[in-house]
Design a protein around this ligand. Sequence first.
Ligand SMILES: Cc1ncc(COP(=O)(O)O)c(C=O)c1O
Length: 361
Amino acid sequence: MPKIPLVDVGAQYAPLKDELRSRFEAVLESSQFIRGPNVQAFEEEAAAYLGVKQAVGVANGTDALVLVLDAMGIGPGDEVICPAFTFYATAESIAQRGATPVFADIDATTLNLDADDVAGRITDRTRAIMPVHLFGRAAPLAELSELGQPLIEDAAQAFGGPGIAQTGIAATFSFYPTKNLFCLGDGGLVTANDEELAERVRTLAFHGSRDKATFDFVGYNSRLDELQAAFLRVFLEHLDEWTRGRREAAARYAELGLGDLVELPEDDPSHVYHLFVCRSPDRDRIREALTAAEISSATYYVTPLHLQPALRFLGYEPGSMPETEGAAQENFSIPLWPGISLEIQERVVETVRAAVGAPVS
Ligand SMILES: Cc1ncc(COP(=O)(O)O)c(C=O)c1O
């Protein structure tokens, strides 16, 4: 058997190749590659899918965050609270605006922001909280919204999760090719219910201009390409089926007894399993066994953001985020994608079982 990948995006879009080619042909024939009808249609379809009023296509998920912060007027002197256990772009976007990322610790079970820890970090400079729906599980939005700060939902890993984008002043998404909803390159989206905020994002993403003649703000060039929007429209139609496939595969790992060997991600109705991330103090031994068995695995945020060289100026010390640092040392993900076979999942579980020395079931 060839090496088992962590995710198999190619297998996901293989049945759609003819459809993708015909959408490509149509864009090619139209010669309209920027701000064409597919971008507009995708924005409308994504907004309807997510149950929000406004959606603005942008170049990637990082720009989506920067644009929202800019549209909210967040900059030097302002603080935004976010997790340190997330992809770098979350905090990078805050620093990029000249504002200060303030890190809060996570809950050890959900791996998402701990609302109590967040509460203790609010100051009179706090302008927003940026929860991340990590690995596809919703952050505790109800608890966080009680803290009286606007929430900017970093939903890069959670398109299609129930309730996502409903609570925050804005939500941001990435369509990087491994995401739950993805395109064939870079892409991103900002959603909001506030029409003024969405319009400001739209304008900022287009050089701060509404008409390319008058420039009202110093903005950015950050647009979703017409071709990517055309592909996204195809993929959006399959997202529900893919999400079901992810949840079924996650349930199957539990049925196969993996939970007796390592700590599984807690099942939650919000979880769309962008990644299947487990915990174990024996992580390194397990990963060595998986590698020897030609099974891919990965670790995430092993150096959490509060300890990254670029953010050292913020002054966080090792040991200052105990749950974050614990998760950094113990987490690892195993193969999961919509349509992963039972045979592969059994092989993964048996390899983990042998690595931790548990008897064969
Ligand atoms: C939590 C999180 N935020 C932001 C981003 C940035 O998205 P992009 O790579 O599209 O810029 C990512 C992408 O990996 C992410 O996982």
